[in-house]
Design a protein around this ligand. Structure first.
Ligand SMILES: Nc1ncnc2c1ncn2[C@@H]1O[C@H](COP(=O)(O)OP(=O)(O)O)[C@@H](O)[C@H]1O
Ligand SMILES: [Mg+2]
Length: 212
């Protein structure tokens, strides 16, 4: 297998890993809710609703990730950026302080996939800045497209990898895989969007554009 084949395989491995993680969460909720519904059949409606919701989430994860792996267009809906950011943030926990200027920003997106992009950016900022906790600013401007900038006050992206930052397996972090930003770019492109690193001092600033 050539280098390109290997990196594609690695990217698919990353996608599979994500599917497993999301599915495990959904299955945990489904099995807990099933247990509760069986224990109290008379009052089981809320549990059944939860089961239905998480079954749909699980289906969405599988469909979205497989479409991405095949290079198909992803299914999108009008989604508030605030919702996407809070999903991404929940995954990063207290590892960063967040400041948003995104009032009323709506994008045309697959929420599960797009929140993964922001999660990747937030995780990278937190990892690069540790042990200090970074402040991450997210700004959105709405025009013909949504232009979203994500800036942190960490050390910035090492000059040695800036040119190849979005290629698979490019990493400057001990224990890094170099797949986070490669997958992020794949997701953004599947949304007919763009993602780039801007010149900024200090810290790192990424710009994403998306159909609005
Ligand atoms: N906000 C950031 N600040 C500093 N460096 C960053 C930032 N985001 C990404 N990087 C650099 O880019 C590299 C690639 O990131 P990524 O593709 O997510 O892979 P990984 O996190 O597995 O290394 C990181 O190892 C890090 O060196
Ligand atoms: Mg990363």
């Amino acid at each position: 297998m050539d280098d390109r084949g290997l990196t594609e395989l690695a990217a698919l491995g990353e996608i599979a890993g994500e599917i497993v993680h999301e599915l495990r969460n959904a299955l945990l909720v489904i099995s807990a809710s099933t247990y509760l519904a069986q224990k109290n059949p008379v009052d089981c409606a809320p549990h059944l609703q939860k089961i239905e919701r998480h079954t749909r989430t699980a289906q969405g994860v599988v469909d979205g990730m497989l479409a991405l792996a095949r290079g198909d267009a992803v299914t999108t809906e009008r989604t508030s950026l605030a919702d996407i950011l809070s999903a991404a943030r929940a995954a990063v926990g207290g590892q960063a302080n967040f400041v948003d200027e995104i009032d009323g920003c709506i994008v045309q997106a697959n929420p599960t996939l797009l929140s993964r992009v922001f999660r990747c950016l937030f995780e990278n900022a937190a990892q690069a800045t540790a042990p200090r906790v970074p402040t991450i600013r997210t700004r959105a401007e709405l025009g013909e497209r949504a232009v979203i900038t994500i800036s942190d006050d960490g050390p910035g992206v090492p000059a040695s990898i800036r040119d190849r930052l979005f290629e698979p397996l490019v990493t400057a972090r001990v224990g890094g895989t170099g797949l986070g930003l490669a997958l992020a770019r794949r997701i953004v492109i599947a949304h007919h969007g763009t993602i780039e690193l801007l010149e900024s001092h200090p810290g790192a600033t990424f710009r994403i554009t998306l159909p609005s």
